[in-house]
Structures are given as structure tokens and as C-alpha cells.
Design a protein around this ligand. Structure first.
Ligand code: NAD
Length: 278
């Protein structure tokens, strides 16, 4: 198998990052979204991105664009189709139905979801289609974040998963870890837990935000942004949703429950519209 052409569907934050990184690797890529104007804006975002998503900005027009309604036939010649649309199960399932009708037999389909289990996303697929479907969870900004999680299930074709892993390591410069289909996969399960521990302890110890972030950073071998800084960057409201989703998915015996209790300060900030720098 070879990856000669990739179609990325969804031209938001993650879709543009993935398309640009493929372009950096000289892999022909087509970016699709609901409307042509959305894709044109997406290309402008790639061009103007800081730090730059493209190594060589003059290659911007090598990223082809189109709409899902009119140009989905692009998936017929794609060896890999990456879905990076909004985090809504109904929208993703509807899109897979369309892709599966058009795609080339044996091509790989993956979702960039950060929270929806592979079991759920593949629930309506035939056994044959499921073999080719996995989660490729890239992190933002795609060019600069080394980690890529590939989530697989027992129904996957393992040779294909290993092929994709090698492709992403050798061509996209990623450090790939193969994860089980469990809540938060690996990075978020460990990372969000660690942030919550830092924040709960800082509040207990009555540290200021600056003191806490100064400690929970470089001195611990972590990025200097700190736990509060990360909340601010990710979105304080988004973090609250992520926690709710973890609490729903994880058994009550899981230690995560101890550090994901509502923090009055955070609730107060969200209520008053202070949702972070994002
Ligand atoms: P985004 O909101 O920036 O972009 C989503 C894109 O989906 C938009 O371009 C929008 O036009 C398109 N879209 C909306 N409705 C659609 C529909 N009905 N059909 C087709 N396309 C539609 O989102 P994002 O941050 O790029 O996230 C995309 C995926 O990646 C999500 O599954 C998200 O959970 C995941 N993810 C996001 C991040 C992050 O940091 N933003 C990190 C890892 C994973």
C-alpha cells in the first residue's frame, strides 16, 4: 500500500493543520468543507498562521479545495481520508455514510475526534469497512505537536494500522502511539488528570495563579505555561465540558473523580463570561 493522495474533510483548526502538514511532506491533499468560502478562508488561515503551518508558503495552492456536496468524488482516488469536522456524532456518522459509498476499496478512513469512542463512530459500518477505520488524534498546532495517537479496536486490520503509523512517523514527523479505545485515549487521560491534580493542590495550598504556574512548569520538566495557563489557552468552558465527559465515562471508583470536582472559582469565571484566551 502507498499513500499518494489524501482527502481531509473539515477545514477548521485541525483540518488546516493536517492538510498543511501533508503539503509539507509533498503529499497531494484535497481539503473539503461545507462551502467554498469556508475553504478559501481556511487557506488564508494557513497562509497567515503564526507560527507558520507551512514550511514553504509558496506551496499554498498545492492544497486543493472543494465542497462536500460537489467534490466528494475526490475520495475515489484517495488512499487516506481524514475526517476533522465538528465534534458531533450525528454529523460525523452522516459523513461516513457518504464517504463509504464513494471511497476506493481498501483506503484508510480516520477521524480526528478527541472524545468520541471508535466503537461509537464505527457502529453503523459493515465489518469490512470497520477494518479500514480508526482514529488519528492529532494535536494543535499539528506541525509543531509531535504526538499523534492512533486509536484502534479489535476489528481493525493491524497491518493497515502499522502501515499508517509508519507513514505518519516517516512522512509527517510524528511520534505515534497506538492507543486503546478508552476515554480520553492516552494523552488527554493522563494530561487532563495531571492538570486537575495541579489545580486542586494549588487551591488547597492557597497558592496564587502565578506561583502555581511557576511551579507546575519547567521545574517539573513540563512546558512553562502551567496548569492555569493551559486552562486559559484551551478554554475554561471547554475544559469544564471535557471534565463532564470524563466523569460520565469513567467508573466512580476511578481516581479521576477526586480531582474533577467543580471548582467554585472556575464556575464563577465561566458564569461571568471569562472563558479564557483560547
Ligand atoms: P473547528 O470548529 O475549528 O472546525 C470544524 C469544521 O467542521 C469547520 O470548518 C466547519 O465548517 C465544519 N463543519 C461544521 N458542520 C459540518 C457539517 N455538517 N458537515 C461537514 N463539516 C462541517 O473544529 P476543530 O477544532 O478543527 O476540531 C475538529 C475535530 O478535531 C473535532 O472532532 C475535535 O474534537 C478534534 N480535535 C480538536 C482539537 C483542537 O485543539 N481544536 C485537538 C484535537 C482534536
Amino acid at each position: 500500500m502507498k499513500i499518494n493522495h489524501v482527502v481531509v474533510i473539515g477545514s477548521g483548526t485541525m483540518g488546516i493543520g493536517i492538510a498543511a502538514q501533508l503539503c509539507n511532506a509533498n503529499i497531494p491533499v484535497t481539503l473539503l468543507d461545507l462551502k467554498t468560502e469556508i475553504c478559501e478562508k481556511a487557506k488564508k488561515r494557513i497562509y497567515e498562521s503564526k507560527p507558520p503551518l507551512l514550511i514553504d508558503k509558496s506551496k499554498i495552492d498545492e492544497i486543493k479545495i472543494g465542497t462536500i456536496d460537489q467534490n466528494l468524488d475526490a475520495v475515489r482516488k484517495a488512499d487516506w481520508i481524514v475526517e476533522a469536522v465538528v465534534e458531533r456524532i450525528d454529523i460525523k456518522l452522516n459523513l461516513y455514510e457518504k464517504i463509504l459509498k464513494e471511497r476506493k476499496k481498501g483506503s484508510i478512513i480516520s477521524s480526528n475526534t478527541s472524545t468520541i469512542p471508535l466503537k461509537v463512530l464505527s457502529s453503523k459500518m459493515s465489518d469490512e469497512d470497520k477494518k479500514d477505520f480508526c482514529i488519528t488524534h492529532f494535536f494543535n498546532p499539528v506541525r509543531y505537536m509531535g504526538l499523534l495517537e492512533i486509536v484502534k479496536e479489535s476489528f481493525n486490520d493491524l497491518d493497515k494500522i502499522n502501515f499508517l503509523k509508519n507513514f505518519c512517523e516517516e512522512n509527517l514527523g510524528k511520534q505515534v502511539i497506538i492507543c486503546k479505545d478508552t476515554p480520553g485515549f492516552l494523552g488527554n487521560r493522563v494530561g487532563v488528570y495531571a492538570i486537575q491534580v495541579a489545580m486542586t493542590e494549588a487551591i488547597k495550598m492557597e497558592l496564587s495563579v502565578d506561583e502555581s504556574d511557576a511551579l507546575y512548569g519547567r521545574p517539573m520538566g513540563l512546558p512553562k505555561i502551567g496548569a492555569f495557563g493551559l486552562y486559559d489557552l484551551i478554554g475554561i468552558d471547554l475544559m469544564a465540558d471535557v471534565l463532564k465527559s470524563f466523569l460520565k465515562e469513567l467508573p466512580t471508583s476511578d481516581v479521576f473523580h477526586e480531582v474533577a470536582k467543580e471548582i467554585p472559582l472556575i464556575t464563577h469565571l465561566i458564569k461571568n463570561g471569562y472563558t479564557g484566551r483560547k
